[in-house]
Design a protein around this ligand. Structure first.
Ligand code: ATP
Length: 410
């Protein structure tokens, strides 16, 4: 499959099956904006939930945050964004890519910005979290949220959007320990990319040379991914020094320090930042998962999504839709699994082969078929169903009681 074709196939599948639509489509769209349909929102939520679990909840050195998108404009002056968050428009002119907005009415109105990164909300809350929780260094604050950039040329489907989401950690360390923390997050990011099923050979680390780094960074690694349109930045991992806390302390006049009880010293912590985009993750996941093979002499396209990310965990089918006893039994199994597992689909439309194809295309790991043997036509098979695996196409007979365990296992 040509890479260009692959991208077109993914875009068309994403639209046809209700993952991703063009933003404001009925009005001809709005460049750089995308709407996530019923399956897209599930996939996105699954990505965010897994990130939150791995980067925040499963750790004892992390705190969560959900800061406001619109902040006091002084935040963006202190952070340097007003002066430097700009892309070249042509040879001489630079264009600041922050979206401006006004807050308040009439003469009270002030200009502010939609945040271009979630990080500053974290720095602005550093003192709040230190005062409420008295964490010991090293500790971090994690946040998932929208970010906005008036990109000069949004392109490559959802890769470069004007409205997107970030999953960011600011990890505060003693200056002498930044390298240890940098390596720790580097390995956590690899674990994450494994967990979401990214093709290993498509991920590359790029040590960003000094002249290309942001002015505050002493070391940055870009994690690049081989997208069908080229090798591009997927994530960043940066050592931001004490630049941000220092800048906000100066700008706000509020001390943003850490008091070390052992040494009795007050210091400004240094920061390691793993920064991950949700949309770029979702696209890399789709690119890694999109597979074509041949089954029963036909080409089939399917999404080999890890179970944790699949929008639908299992689909339940009555073999025939015009047999009330089959439908009733299937419905009962469907309701039970929906209550325990959640993301379960029902399909009684067309032949079983077609139903498999439809579920394969959206990455559903298993399909469960209820037939006359389930009802006891063959007494030995009473209360068993056919479970069919997405990746191998293999089918096995399983007792109804085992379904719950089968679906909740890894
Ligand atoms: P690029 O060089 O591709 O514009 P960047 O270096 O400006 O990216 P960062 O400022 O490091 O990106 O942002 C952190 C992460 O946020 C990126 O690694 C990416 O995952 C995501 N991201 C940044 N800009 C966009 C965008 N316009 N659309 C979607 N995701 C984005």
């Amino acid at each position: 499959m040509e890479e260009k074709d692959k991208m077109e196939k993914i875009i068309s599948l994403a639209k046809r099956r209700g993952f991703i639509y063009q933003g404001s489509e009925i009005y001809g769209g709005l460049a750089g904006t995308w709407d996530y349909g019923p399956l897209g929102v599930e996939l996105k939520n699954n990505i965010k939930n897994l990130w939150w679990k791995m980067f925040v909840k499963s750790r004892d050195d992390m705190y969560g945050l959900d800061a406001a998108i619109i902040m006091n404009p002084k935040v963006w002056e202190s952070s340097g964004h007003v002066a430097t968050f700009a892309d070249p428009l042509d040879d001489g002119r630079k264009f600041n890519t922050m979206f401006k907005t006004t807050v308040g009415a009439g003469e009270e109105a002030t200009v502010s910005y939609l945040r271009p990164e979630t990080a500053q909300g974290i720095f602005a809350n550093f003192k709040n979290i230190v005062d409420s929780f008295h964490p010991k260094l090293p500790f971090g604050i994690g946040q998932i949220g929208k970010a906005f950039r008036n990109e000069i040329a949004p392109r490559d489907f959802i890769f470069r959007s004007r409205e997107f989401e970030q999953m960011e950690v600011e990890y505060f360390v003693k200056e002498s320990e930044w390298e240890k923390a940098f390596d720790m997050w580097r390995s956590e990011m690899h674990k994450w990319m494994d967990a979401i099923g990214l093709t290993k050979a498509a991920v590359h680390e790029l040590e960003v040379p000094g002249e290309d780094r942001a002015h505050y960074s002493k070391r940055t690694i870009d994690f690049e991914f081989d997208f069908p349109f080229g090798r591009k930045e997927l994530y960043g991992l940066a050592y931001r020094t004490d630049y941000d806390l220092g800048a906000h302390a100066k700008g706000s006049g509020v001390a943003l320090e850490y008091f070390d009880e052992e040494t009795g010293e007050r210091t400004t912590p240094h920061v390691i930042e793993p920064s991950l985009g949700v949309e770029r993750t979702l696209l890399a996941v789709l690119v890694s998962a999109y597979t074509e093979d041949e089954q029963n002499g036909e080409v089939r396209a399917f999404l080999k999504l890890p179970k944790a990310l699949a929008p639908v965990k299992a689909a339940v089918f009555p073999l025939l839709k015009n047999k009330p006893e089959l439908v009733a039994k299937a419905r009962e199994i469907f309701e039970t699994l929906k209550a325990s597992v959640g993301d379960i689909a029902w399909d009684d439309n067309g032949n079983i082969g077609k139903r498999y194809r439809r579920q394969d295309e959206i990455g559903t790991p298993v399909c469960i078929t209820i037939d006359f043997d389930t009802l006891g036509e063959n007494p030995e098979l009473l209360n068993t169903v056919t479970v069919r695996d997405r990746d191998t196409g293999e089918q096995k007979r399983v007792n109804i009681d085992e379904l719950d365990g089968l679906l909740s296992s890894k």
